[in-house]
Write a protein that binds this ligand. Structure first.
Ligand SMILES: Nc1ncnc2c1ncn2[C@@H]1O[C@H](COP(=O)(O)OP(=O)(O)OP(=O)(O)O)[C@@H](O)[C@H]1O
Length: 226
């Protein structure tokens, strides 16, 4: 069985004026199918950097990002775009929906972009909206939804292309405590039901019990919290 996501000896520096600042050093992580992993750590420790490297949104300076058994550093730009669109579902702090589209069309758009809008994916859109409790709001423009509802749309959209990997960066940052629990519970349910490999970056200790493993950024690496 292939591990969907492996980070191997990841290195990352940023330039700060004339200085090079090392953010990640020899960082390793594997996430298996059906595993929902949390990444926690102090502000500025590199959590979002780990996620964006795992999601092919920025490159590492060294190491391998292995998605379904292949190092994506070897991919052409086109193949990397394809991986982002089809193998990874992203959920961000702000839901990042398209303002003037209705709920249903947010889902349709990403699948049309993947060239995959057909009877099967239409049914998937209906099923996902049902599972996030938004079937009755499918035709609503997203501007008129609450923060929690927008995040539900973002969750459904992230699963729409049936990706192997789900990456969520502070998905509850804009929500109150009750909504935060609902949203993370929903991500956990979808990840476990659909057997995805998922990473969530969060500050919110109250939602960690929904995760199967918790990693802390420590000394530029990830350390399993026992
Ligand atoms: N593009 C960039 N250029 C320069 N420095 C950067 C860049 N992106 C991130 N950094 C720096 O790298 C460090 C890690 O940033 P990152 O956003 O990964 O941290 P984080 O743990 O997610 O923080 P937070 O919890 O505050 O969101 C920070 O010091 C940040 O200022």
């Amino acid at each position: 069985m292939n591990t969907p996501l492996q980070l191997v000896n990841i290195q990352k520096h940023f330039k700060d004026g004339d200085n090079e600042i090392e953010i990640l050093k020899d960082l390793n992580l594997s996430v298996e199918k059906g595993e929902f992993v949390a990444v926690v750590g102090p502000s500025g420790s590199g959590k979002s950097t780990v996620l964006s490297i795992a999601g092919a949104l920025q490159s590492a300076d060294g190491g391998e990002v292995v998605i379904n058994g292949r190092d994506i550093n070897q991919y052409s730009d086109k193949d990397k775009s394809d991986v982002r669109l089809k193998s990874i579902g992203y959920i961000f702090q702000a839901a990042n929906l398209v303002p003037f589209l209705n709920v249903y069309d947010q889902l349709k758009l990403v699948t049309e972009l993947a060239g995959d809008w057909n009877d099967e994916t239409k049914k998937r859109a209906d099923d996902l909206l049902e599972s996030v409790g938004l079937a009755n709001k499918a035709k609503k423009t997203v501007q008129h939804l609450s923060g929690g509802e927008k995040q539900r749309v973002a969750i459904a959209r992230a699963f729409m292309n049936d990706p192997d990997i789900i990456l969520a960066d502070e998905p509850t940052a804009a929500l109150d405590a009750n909504r935060s629990k609902e949203i993370v519970e929903l991500i956990a349910k979808e990840v476990h039901d659909k057997n995805k490999a998922a990473i969530m970056v969060t500050h919110d200790e109250s939602v960690l019990h929904y995760c199967d493993k918790i990693y802390e950024v420590h000394d530029k690496k990830l350390r399993l919290r026992k």
